[in-house]
Design a protein around this ligand. Structure first.
Ligand code: SF4
Length: 326
């Protein structure tokens, strides 16, 4: 590429994120962005990025972006040889189990999740012994081993629908106690929950929302259902990251706050320059382990490949596919 073309190309990329990345910061990203775009072509790779990725990842190097439900659906049909998951480990595992012929890479193997680490396969077997006959609905924010012990999976975007689809009065729903409580209120189904929580969403409080409303008159508050029920009650709307994004797109509130991980508001704000985004900030330390630098290394060295034992993958895949069929 000539120097002039390279300059134009970088300027076009920067224009996508100029609302949320200061001009002084951009040069520190530009080389990695160029290298990743070239490596994707060389390796026949795609980058799937969760809504909580930072804007330079989300808007500059990703091929598919969305919440965990959308990433799971899209992973199934990826034709490229290599999938790089710009997200956390359970998302990379889900991509691998749904498209086992592909090489799936996670840029940092330590990118975990407080929900996924709260429960093991042995815990699920004990729950089944204690509450026989109740179907086990497992949030996708879990390891493949835990999914393998489950009847069906759910995401925050479809949890209500999945619970209702089973048509039973009582279910086991793991591992997020807040999502379980929020869904129980919406469905009237009795839910036996686990004591897990998202370390990002459980930190929000109703008091914080009252303060946000007082300081930002007219603000519309959208909350993620991993938040405690009293936070959901204090919001104007509760939904997955995809539902929040849709709300902003279709309702075009003048001023809005997304009660979820910090980068989500940055990524949505890029698309809606006329909307005023109020940004209280709770970072997910696991999501923030993913950077342009380690995405580049993953592609350069084809590291770190996600491997799942075939019998675990087969059983876990059934639970995920049952969810996708609902
Ligand atoms: S935001 Fe919460 S649920 Fe999502 S990866 Fe981080 S800890 Fe897990």
């Amino acid at each position: 590429m000539s120097a002039a073309l390279a300059y134009d190309h970088r300027a076009a990329l920067y224009s996508r994120v100029s609302r949320v990345i200061p001009p002084l910061e951009w040069p520190s990203f530009a080389d990695d962005v160029d290298a990743i775009l070239a490596l994707k072509r060389e390796r026949n790779a795609v980058v799937l990025a969760h809504n909580y990725m930072t804007p330079e990842i989300f808007h500059c190097v990703s091929d598919i972006t969305g919440d965990s439900l959308l990433l799971a659906r899209e992973a199934q049909t990826v034709q490229a040889d290599v999938i790089v998951m710009a997200g956390v480990h359970f998302m990379a595992e889900t991509a691998k189990m749904l498209n086992p012929g592909k090489m799936v890479l996670i840029p940092d193997v330590e990118a975990g999740c407080s929900l996924a680490s709260s429960i093991t396969a042995a815990d699920v077997r004990l729950l089944r012994q204690r509450y026989p006959g109740r179907p086990v609905i497992t949030y996708v924010n879990t390891s493949a081993e835990v999914k393998a012990e489950s009847d069906i999976c759910c995401t925050s975007g479809n949890a209500k629908k999945i619970v209702e689809s089973l048509g039973v009065p009582e279910v086991i729903m793991i591992p997020d106690k807040y999502l379980a409580a929020n869904v129980a209120r919406e469905t009237g189904v009795k839910i036996i929950a686990w004591e897990g929580a998202c370390e990002v969403h459980e930190r929000f409080t109703p008091r914080q929302i009252r303060t946000l409303r007082a300081e930002n008159p007219g603000v519309v508050v959208l909350a993620h259902p991993e938040c405690p029920p009293d936070v959901v009650d204090a919001a104007d709307f509760a939904g997955s990251t995809a539902a929040m994004s849709d709300y902003v797109t279709h309702r075009q509130p003048g001023r809005v706050v997304l009660i979820t991980e910090c980068s989500m508001a940055d990524n949505v704000a890029v698309l809606h320059p006329k909307i005023d985004f109020v940004r209280p900030c709770n970072l997910c330390p696991h999501m923030k382990r993913i950077s342009l630098g380690n995405i580049r290394s993953a592609l350069e060295h084809l590291q770190h490949e996600v491997v799942i034992a075939p019998d675990v993958a087969a059983r876990a895949r059934q639970a995920v596919e049952r969810m996708l069929a609902v």
